[in-house]
Design a protein around this ligand. Sequence first.
Ligand code: ZN
Ligand code: ZN
Ligand code: FE
Length: 765
Amino acid sequence: MADSNKIELARISAKGVVQGVGFRPFIYGLAKKYRLNGWVCNTSEDVKIEVEGERESLDSFISAIKSEAPPLARIENLTVSFGSSVGHGNFEIRESEALPGKYQLVSPDIATCNLCLNDVFTAGNRRRHYPFTNCTNCGPRFTIIKDIPYDRPLTTMSSFKMCPDCQREYDDPLDRRFHAQPNACPVCGPQLELTDKMGKPVDCRDVINKTAEFLREGRIVAIKGLGGFLLACNAENVEAVTLLRRPKRRPSKPFAVMLRDIEEARKHCVVSYTEESLLASPQAPIVLLEWNSSSSICRETGPGLKYLGVMLPYTPLHHLILQKTNLPLVMTSGNISEEPIAGQNGEALRRLGDIADYFVLHDRDIHSTYDDSVAIVFDGEPRLIRRSRGYAPFPIHLAFTAPQILACGAEEKNNFCLTRDNHAFVSQHIGDMENIETMDHYERTVELYKKLFRIRPEIIAYDMHPEYLPSKYALEQAEKLALKSVAVQHHHAHIASCLADNCKEGPVIGVAFDGTGYGNDGHIWGGEFLVADYKGFRRAGQLEYLPLPGGSLAITKPYRTALGYILALLGERALDSRLGFLGKIDSVERALVLRQVELNLNSPLTSSMGRLFDAVSAMAGVRSAIDYEAQAAIEMEMIAYDAAGEAGSYPFSLTGDNSYTIVLLHELVAAVLDDLLKGCHASTVGMRFHNTAAAMTRDVCVKIREGSGLNSVALSGGCFQNRLLLTKVTGLLSQSGFDVLNHKNVPSNDGGISLGQAVIAANAA
Ligand code: ZN
Ligand code: ZN
Ligand code: FE
């Protein structure tokens, strides 16, 4: 039996999210509690702890590390080895150590905690009304970090010297702000400034009061937040919201709103328990909620939509502004169209000067910009549609060890993914890669992630589409750095992404429904049934190929797709003059489309489910031209909810055998036109079409199951952001005995592509 009074030494290494989350003070407190001597130290790989004491105390100490860890800490790996005492006299927190080549996880930015909110709203507190209040449990992290280890000199807080009061908190292991790197107060920390659009300071006693006054007057104010500028205006004021749309070049794309608290959210939306916890979580994403018809938020905020994007304040600055205005505020990314969000003061004034009347600036720099994340709750679980603030740069956990890979992502809703060990570092949402600003932001962010996580890619993965900017970047990098490159088919990446998101390896039946993806045969894919795992895929089914008259023009003008589909499937005779949507097309364009389809001019073939949604939406008169992506499909989903009880569906047929199935669509389109000629309401057509899409998905999956013996189905692609489709497809497949895999942590849209590319490249022989 061991001598119970013998002093032993334990060497402990804790990996995971253990820095910038109050971990060392927690360890300090534990060591005091169990009367252990030694030290704790941050390194660029882990937190190292050396403690000595009696074995029993050491064991209690070690189990408490796991069971009592601070709320934001995530211990992924705890290793312990025992040795003999070296005679430590006390317990101390040592200076951080940088170890060459080693890395550790970096915490995302975290919404203001309740204790800090108390400080901000308590009379007499030295941080009362201070907009940059934070502690080890909350505040900026990733957006201010320039390198690891996470210490103040390596953040954008390095230029602020702490006052004696802040320094005392920072040095006191028992204080909530012990080693809180962004610690600050009104005496020593960042300050607000209110300016007009020329950058000229506005004379006022209190920036918050004046800002609130401007917002109440219907002005547009650009507010510098955690990850970048947000454009704010009164969401009840139709004029202000309309004014905000014009220069932002978003005639109808929905805006998110920020509401004061959960009670306020309930006034405007239906909020489930899970949605409430998600809104109030430390990540505080935008949650798409069912919008009450009695809400006072003007409909121009999300024209034609039944869901409203809602978030709660996530910095003290937001809390203060929301308290003061006591209004629901539109809060939308500070950018024009699809440019990246503005992050620096000068840049914001330059880029947003035509939009905002006033600017709330501050002097804490944003090192890496960050959009707000967007989530929905489906089937009782949060699911991300845009993964950014609060989530990135946390990695997605892989079920295997990956080499160092850079996966460059897709063209739209782009992010990239870097892998190392069993971590897939999926970057924050970068945006649509259509301009220089976004490409610059992309390249800078890739370099930042490579530096933070000490990754030097050996393999580079990219989408097969030769015109995607990230693919071109990938090939340049591969040549420059002599890296192995792996081209990945778009829909294979979607399915692999869904597998990785569920920690599964396949093979599965993959249903990939989206707008566009470059196919192996050079056609545009998007209504695909694959049999896939990480190593490869076989196309096992598809929607039949149909022409897109004018190519990309058909995507912005769905009536062209509708015409093309009708002509190809049913011929010119089917263009009955009583069909309402035909009346909106000018005769010259109609003749042109006819010619394009007839002579096969500039009419690429597509099997896209997204385009089929567009076509039916246009035929039903819901939306004939769009000004944001997927608008026609989204509006058809919205209108279909008005025919909630409708159970009817349209005919379609399948050709081919168990190994390859093609869905033929002429009966479907004929039946839709028939319904419309009979005067059927668009909502009924919309619901019948959703029912049909779900039925064809089930039927094709059943055929593939017969041929392959596979019983799991992975659903991916942007079409599955459509909750009605997702619900119906998941329901029918489950009824038929399939296991259904859906996305959770990465989006089903092209924001999930980089993860899929990475896991495929990791498994490419
Ligand atoms: Zn806090
Ligand atoms: Zn201070
Ligand atoms: Fe896609």
